[in-house]
Ligand binder design. Sequence first.
Ligand SMILES: N[C@@H](CCC(=O)N[C@@H](CS)C(=O)NCC(=O)O)C(=O)O
Length: 278
Amino acid sequence: MTFETVSTAKAYGGTQGVYRHDSTATGTPMTVSVYVPPHKEGQRLPVVWYLSGLTCTHANVTDKGEYRRACAELGLIFVAPDTSPRGEGVADDPAYDMGQGAGFYVDATQAPWAPHFGMWSYVTEELPALVATHFPADMDRQSIMGHSMGGHGALTIGLTLPERFRAISAFAPIVAPSQVPWGEKALGGYLGDDRASWRRHDAVALIEDGARVPAMLVDQGDADQFLEEQLKPHLLATACEAAGIDLTLRMQPGYDHSYYFISTFMADHLAWHAERLR
Ligand SMILES: N[C@@H](CCC(=O)N[C@@H](CS)C(=O)NCC(=O)O)C(=O)O
């Protein structure tokens, strides 16, 4: 399978690259951003996965996430995939919260989404194999983070694969998609009406059903316009408390849902990940 370099640039002594490859999980070309910090020849480095939110491509966090200085200092590879398949033959929805740019990190089972919307398999199977092949990655040291819909992806993937991900964190995540409009629309569309099939794609439900990790870090702005209707972090706090999961939930006064918020706390999250990836 070809893995094509779209661009590379030196940053903080390392390399910020953008790459494109044909994906069997989505049946489309996919674009991914990877930052490799400065390192010694032959050295293998831990990998932090960053999953983005609604409307994003790989480029939003690459341009505005301000992760490179911390990744260079901490020796972390930072991988930022796209949020969905894209292109002319790919189903879409006129709204921003469904279809292209809104893959929700599930493998869709329903028409018209099922042929291309295989983002769970893409992020958990296909892309990790490519990262292992093409970068100096130590795949025994991985962690995962994300924002909003990507926070949902990070929490659900991290909770499902605790043996793979040593740390999970999120910025303003959708913690209980089955209980909020964004999630009800997306999971209903991609997975169908049987709500039982949604539970493995809902962080709160996964914890209620027995998923366990040692710890999670979540930052949430209290001026986030989506806080009350879509995000509801207290549902995660309640589930973690009942399950004995050590959740650090930090309500950040005055911060909204944007990359100004994410970039403010990015270095903090990366340091938290690096500690667990040593
Ligand atoms: N377009 C939506 C908001 C979508 C949104 O806020 N997306 C977040 C993730 S959930 C994002 O990261 N947007 C891209 C950006 O800020 O660069 C609206 O206007 O209500």
